[in-house]
Design a protein around this ligand. Structure first.
Ligand SMILES: CCCCCCCCCCC/C=C/C(=O)SCCNC(=O)CCNC(=O)[C@H](O)C(C)(C)COP(=O)(O)OP(=O)(O)OC[C@H]1O[C@@H](n2cnc3c(N)ncnc32)[C@H](O)[C@@H]1OP(=O)(O)O
Length: 280
């Protein structure tokens, strides 16, 4: 009781310490009382994942791990979007070297989060399509605001999510539900996501989401951290091993796919439609 009251107080603006951070598109704030770090994605308007955001994310995860925080909560500074996934503008009309860098940094960011030994939770305070869902499902627990969308919509864009990118999704959904959602490129509403187990709880505000994530991390207070992390990593080891085997080839596959003229043309049309929609 005392513990959960403390978490609530702290989530509402109790004593906080800003850590020194050299990154710009992410920030880290460690709560002095709980020792839990909040990692905020801060690339308005939609936290689309460009190379800089992905690199900053890795650096912030490293910072949190080396500062021995008790857990990590991932959230967004944007008011209605957790993350819109990869920055399509950065993948469009570019050269192979840039595509190689984008994909390598996406892989690096995912493995840093998925393979983290810390307890991790996502406070999903907005839409989380594609790469946004990837980051949320790399965490161990998800709390989402109502009436937002989450999912891997790659097939809707005519593209294929590689196996490693589906790992987190497959960890939380029954195979049958995951297969159908992935082949349909389905985006779940928050309420549907809760019913299927893609998210664990719904919260009405970002503060409440942070509080619930902190309570999840707090549930490990009495568990030996080493035993906890080794147990977590045992569950994830097979996916990590498979990923390590194919990661180089996966970069080259992505570069080949994303540079195809018809894929580039598709990206151009998709971007145009996004822009038209946002002007309405
Ligand atoms: C097509 C990609 C081909 C790649 C080839 C191979 C890839 C293989 C595997 C790929 C695995 C991962 C892929 C991805 O992550 S691709 C990205 C997929 N993301 C989406 O489909 C989401 C698109 N965005 C939206 O649906 C909405 O923006 C969203 C619901 C997130 C928010 O809606 P909201 O109404 O709040 O905001 P707007 O739509 O008005 O957007 C504001 C501005 O932001 C621009 N925007 C949005 N999303 C992106 C993005 N992903 N990349 C770049 N820019 C984006 C949007 O155009 C608006 O810009 P303007 O203000 O300038 O008009």
């Amino acid at each position: 009781m005392l513990h959960s009251n403390l978490l609530r107080l702290v989530a509402r603006g109790g004593p906080k310490r800003w850590m020194s951070t050299t990154t710009k598109l992410t920030s880290v704030e460690v709560n002095d009382k709980t020792g839990i770090a909040t990692l905020t994605l801060n690339r308005p308007p939609v936290n689309s994942q460009n190379v800089q955001l992905l690199v900053d994310l890795q650096s912030s995860i490293g910072e949190i791990e080396s500062n021995k925080s008790r857990g990590l909560i991932l959230t967004s500074a944007c008011s209605n979007v957790f993350s819109a996934g990869l920055d399509i503008l950065e993948m469009y009309n570019t050269d192979e070297e840039r595509l190689r860098t984008i994909w390598t940094e996406l892989q690096n960011a995912w493995i840093a989060l998925y393979g983290s030994s810390l307890p991790t939770a996502a406070a999903i305070n907005g839409h989380a399509p594609a790469g946004g869902c990837l980051l949320a499902t790399a965490c161990e627990y998800r709390v989402m605001l109502p009436k937002r969308l989450i999912g891997l919509n790659e097939t809707q864009l005519g593209i294929i999510a590689p196996k490693w990118l589906m790992s987190g999704f497959l960890n939380v959904l029954p195979q049958r539900v995951a297969e159908r959602a992935l082949t349909q490129g389905r985006l779940f509403t928050t309420e549907e996501a809760l019913a299927e187990g893609l998210v664990d709880e719904i919260a009405n505000t970002k503060e409440e989401a942070l509080e619930k994530c902190a309570a999840f991390i707090g549930s490990f207070t009495k568990v030996n951290p080493l035993a906890r992390s080794l147990t977590k990593l045992q569950f994830r080891a097979e996916n990590i091993k498979e990923f390590e085997k194919i990661r180089k080839k996966d970069v080259e596959d992505f570069v080949a796919l994303a540079s195809r003229p018809e894929v580039q043309k598709g990206m151009g049309i998709y971007l145009e439609n996004l822009k038209k929609k946002s002007k309405k």
